[in-house]
Design a protein around this ligand. Structure first.
Ligand code: NDP
Length: 466
């Protein structure tokens, strides 16, 4: 009998469903099917592929209630945030569809003005864009529609076949995505799910795929990079972060505090670009903390199916001990607990929203990815001190600066190595802008034109008329 995945509801700890997982043999069989089908898919007119994706867009909107309920059940994401995620995908689809033809277009880059060689015709040089072929899309659970869709939508539009491995913690949503895409006209052999844990992901990497697009942790990203290296295939890694924000002395403090509380706690802090460290200039620290605490205390914690809930349970049980350990480490080293810091005494993996002050960089909460509802706030005396602390991380996903002086904020952001830079905003992603990381936050970019062309490879044509 095949191994099964047990899908657990994080809010109740009840078993939702057991699902058989793929093993090496079924992964190999799925790979072979994708390989056999890919060239036919790539040969279709782009308009046919676009038609399928636009139907998928319609179905997401039509079925949002059921899809959001499923996402909430298996990840504990509050229902309002689950709907927000699904309903933001059409905007991304619009960007991909509007720019697909432009990115795929062949380009004549040179035409000889006159015949150079006796007896030969004129020379022409052109660049054609070709799909990579069969790619692996190994996805995370925290935003399955976003992080999956950023890969599979442009990959399919560009003519690739996709072997899609949802996280085991978002398997039902992954299955729903697969069904919707097939119902939208994407052939069964062009978008194929690989179901299971990391073992199924590892089996997928044993196949002779043409590219791997991974979203997940730095630790797993390293394993992916090592497995992919001998294949010499396109390898894209969207990894974690320890994203800092700095509130300058000239900031609009109340707006900064409210915005940063949301940036730290939205989706229970389980966002790759969640604000994970906050530095506040000493001149505005007290005012900042007052508004920040009031905002955090206004967040409703509880049943994720309630539309008013802002914080549900964390999605993965092991995260509870990581959060408790970070809080204990900080307190042992002199931090002050302003609120939270404990598990709720009820079924479900609930951790109370936690604010720590008097923190410093000897504490794991200011150094390691937290990925949960815990934030450290540190007082700083100058912009220079803030910059030094913000730079003190191997990650480089995003950084935010709050202040009224644009030149000063941009100057600070220029000193930081991050894929995204935010002035008076945070925890924000746009389909028009590349999403990428520096250092331990990853390799390559999704979204923007770069996030479409990454699913293509150029071919050089040297054409001399005979
Ligand atoms: P993981 O790294 O644990 O897992 C990511 C995916 O890789 C899952 O599908 C997982 O399967 C699979 N996997 C695990 N081991 C292997 C292996 N050896 N070979 C192949 N695949 C494997 O990350 P999480 O799912 O827990 O996601 C959270 C992390 O993702 C955080 O660090 C977060 O910051 C990051 N992230 C980054 C984003 C970005 O855009 N930069 C966006 C969203 C999240 P399974 O889950 O079944 O074990």
């Amino acid at each position: 009998m095949a191994d099964v995945l047990s899908i657990i509801n994080p809010a109740t700890e009840a078993l939702i469903q057991e699902i058989p997982v793929d093993d090496r043999a079924t992964v190999a069989e799925k790979y072979a099917r994708a390989r056999a089908a890919q060239l036919g898919w790539a040969a279709l007119p782009l308009a046919d592929r676009i038609k399928c994706i636009l139907r998928f867009r319609e179905l997401l909107i039509e079925r949002v209630d059921a899809l959001a309920a499923l996402l909430t059940a298996e990840t504990g994401k509050p229902i309002t945030q689950a709907r927000n995620e699904i309903l933001a995908v059409p905007g991304r689809i619009d960007f991909f569809v509007e720019h697909a033809a432009q990115v795929l277009a062949p380009e004549r880059v040179y035409a000889e003005p006159a015949v150079a060689l006796p007896g030969m015709g004129v020379l022409e040089e052109a660049i054609a864009q070709e799909p990579l072929g069969v790619i692996a899309n190994i996805s995370a659970w925290n935003y399955p529609y976003f992080v999956g869709g950023n890969v599979f939508i442009p990959a399919l539009l560009m003519g690739n076949a996709v072997l899609y491995k949802p996280s085991e913690f978002a398997t039902l949503t992954g299955g729903a995505i697969v069904s919707l895409l097939h119902e939208s006209g994407i052939p069964q052999n062009i978008f194929i799910p690989i179901i299971g844990s990391g073992l199924s992901g590892a089996a997928l990497l044993e196949q002779p795929i043409d590219g791997v697009f991974f979203t997940g942790s730095y630790a797993t990203g390293q394993k992916i990079a090592i497995a992919a290296a001998p294949k010499l295939i396109r390898t894209q890694l969207e990894l974690g972060g320890k994203d800092p924000a700095y509130v300058c002395a000239d900031a609009k403090v109340a707006a900064a505090a409210a915005g940063l509380a949301d940036g730290a706690f939205y989706n229970n802090g389980q966002s790759c670009c969640a604000v994970e460290r906050i530095y506040v200039h000493i001149d505005v620290y007290d005012e900042f903390l007052e508004v920040f605490m009031a905002t955090v205390k206004s967040f409703k914690l509880g049943d994720p199916t309630d539309p008013d809930t802002y914080l549900g349970p964390v999605s993965r049980k092991p995260q509870l001990s990581i959060l408790a350990d970070q809080v204990a480490d900080a307190l042992a080293k002199g931090a002050t607990l302003r609120c939270g810091g404990e598990r709720l005494n009820r079924p479900g993996w609930y951790f109370t929203p936690t604010v720590l002050t008097e923190v410093n960089h000897t504490m794991t909460v200011m150094q390691e990815e937290t990925f949960g509802p815990v934030i450290g706030i540190q007082r700083v005396a100058s912009d220079e001190e803030a910059v030094a602390l913000m730079q003190d991380t191997p990650y480089g996903l995003t950084a935010a600066v709050y202040g009224t002086d644009r030149e000063r904020a941009v100057g600070i952001l220029h000193q930081l190595k991050t894929g995204s830079a935010y002035w008076n905003c945070c925890d924000r992603v746009s389909p028009r802008l590349p999403w990428s990381g520096r250092g331990h936050s990853g390799l390559g970019a999704t979204l923007s034109l770069a996030g479409i062309s990454t699913f293509l490879q150029p071919r050089a044509w040297h054409l001399r008329a005979g």
